[in-house]
Design a protein around this ligand. Structure first.
Ligand code: C5P
Length: 230
């Protein structure tokens, strides 16, 4: 049995390249994230194939945000793909609509609190309320949970703080921004190792480049899995 705490992000140009990678990873990896960048490259067909023909778990990272009726309709369509995780922005009306759209399906709705690429200056530019970014993240996570989110996406630095919220009990925390010790950071700034992210309360870690751009992706994935606490 492979360890589904590791989710590999398939940030590749198209479904052919992605299937090639999943073939190399074989049984070692059982959970994949497909994002917006793959949509025009066959992302939904890829999700379907990995799920139905290869038995993989699928995280579709769409970060939906719109009026409630539109989010509900979009989610109702997407859950036909038998997704395991689907992301929406954490605004309560969006989360409620997503839960409505997913009713009758097992898809877990994960909320984005504040994109980890945004700093206080970006929030000021977007007219977001003053205050410490971490406090806003905690408040948005709590509100998303209250609105029915099954979990949140959080940076490893936010995981422990969110795990400590009373509203987070029984909820999922999924963290990107994970780097094995010594790996290139890329554009990630606030990173943790796989083991640290799990120790801080993450249920799943999302890792992209350290696996798919590795000369030997299978060895890279195995090294990450070996770092996870037992
Ligand atoms: O290559 P890397 O490991 O940085 O990929 C991380 C994945 O997680 C990418 O698909 C990226 O879009 C996604 N992600 C992120 N930070 C967030 C939310 C999603 O890096 N806050």
């Amino acid at each position: 049995m492979s360890d589904d705490r590791l989710i590999v992000a398939l940030d590749l140009p198209n479904a052919i390249d992605a299937l090639n990678l999943t073939g190399k990873l074989g049984e070692a990896v059982s959970f994949y994230k497909i994002g917006l960048g793959m949509l025009t490259g066959g992302g939904l067909a890829l999700a379907n194939e990995l799920k139905q023909e290869h038995g993989k778990r699928i995280f579709l990272d769409m970060k939906l945000f719109d009026i409630g009726a539109t989010v509900e309709a979009a989610v109702r369509g997407l859950v036909q793909f038998d997704l395991d995780f689907l992301t929406v922005h954490g605004d309560p009306h969006v989360v409620r609509a997503a839960r409505e759209g997913a009713s009758g399906h097992d898809t877990r709705i994960l909320a984005v609190t504040i994109l980890t690429s945004l700093d206080r200056a970006d929030l000021d530019a977007g007219l977001i309320r003053p205050g410490d970014v971490a406090d806003l993240v905690a408040e948005r996570a709590a509100r998303a949970f209250e609105a029915g989110a099954h979990g949140v996406i959080a940076s490893p630095q936010e995981a422990a703080m969110i795990r400590a919220l009373p509203e987070a009990e029984g909820k999922l925390i999924v963290t990107p921004g994970v780097r094995p010790a010594g790996a290139a950071m890329g554009d990630q700034k606030r990173v943790a190792t796989p083991g640290q992210a799990i120790a801080d309360g993450a249920d799943h870690i999302v890792v992209g480049r350290p696996v798919w751009s590795a000369a030997d992706p299978l060895s890279a994935a195995r090294a990450i899995l070996a770092d996870l606490p037992g």
